[in-house]
Design a protein around this ligand. Sequence first.
Ligand code: HEM
Length: 164
Amino acid sequence: MKLTPRKFSEPTPYNPSGNLQVNDVSKPLIWDMNRYINGRSLLKRHRQGTTIKAFTDLKRHNLCDEDYKHFCNEQITQGSLLGFASAEDFTVPGVPRPTEDFLTRKLWDVANSDPYGHRGDLTTITEGVYQHGGEAHQVRDEFFDLPQEDKDKIVEFLKTLGVF
Ligand code: HEM
C-alpha cells in the first residue's frame, strides 16, 4: 500500500467535525513514517511517500460456513456509525454490513498482536488460520494440506512480521 505523503499528522485535515481539527491546536503532531529507528527505516521509502506492506486486502469477507462457525455468531452490525458525528460528516459514510462480514486483519504486526480474531479468543497463528471458513475455506484447506515443514515455514514467516 503506497501512502503519500509519508508524514502522518494528528489532527489530520480529514477529521470529521466533532473530532479535533487542525485549527484547534498550535502545532499538529507530525510523524515521519520513514523515521530511522536504530539505524534502519521500518518502511520502504519511495519518491513522494512510503510503502507499507500491510498484508491485507482492506476488504470485508465472510469467514463463516457449515464446517467452521467460529466467525458466525456475532451480534453487532459492522460498519454502523456508533459515535456522535452525523453520517454527512464522514468522507465515506458507514454502511451497515451483515454481522458475519469482517475486514481482513492486517498481518503486518501478527508476530506481536496476539491473541487473534476480533474477539481475541484465538491463541496461536495456526489456530487463527484454522477457523477460516466461508470465502477463505479453500485457502485454509490448501494451507492445512501442505507438508508440516511448509506450514512451519509460513508460520515462521508470519512471526517475522512484528511492530516492536
Ligand atoms: C493461508 C492464507 C491466510 C493466512 C495465513 C491468514 C492468516 C490470518 C490470521 C493469522 C488472522 C488473525 C489475525 C489477527 O486477528 O490479528 C486472520 C484474520 C482474518 N483473515 Fe486471514 N489468512 C489467510 C487467508 C485469508 C483469506 C483468503 C481471507 C478472505 C477471503 C482472509 C480473511 C481474514 C479476515 C476477514 C480476518 C479477520 C477475522 C476477524 O476479524 O476476527 N484470510 N487471517
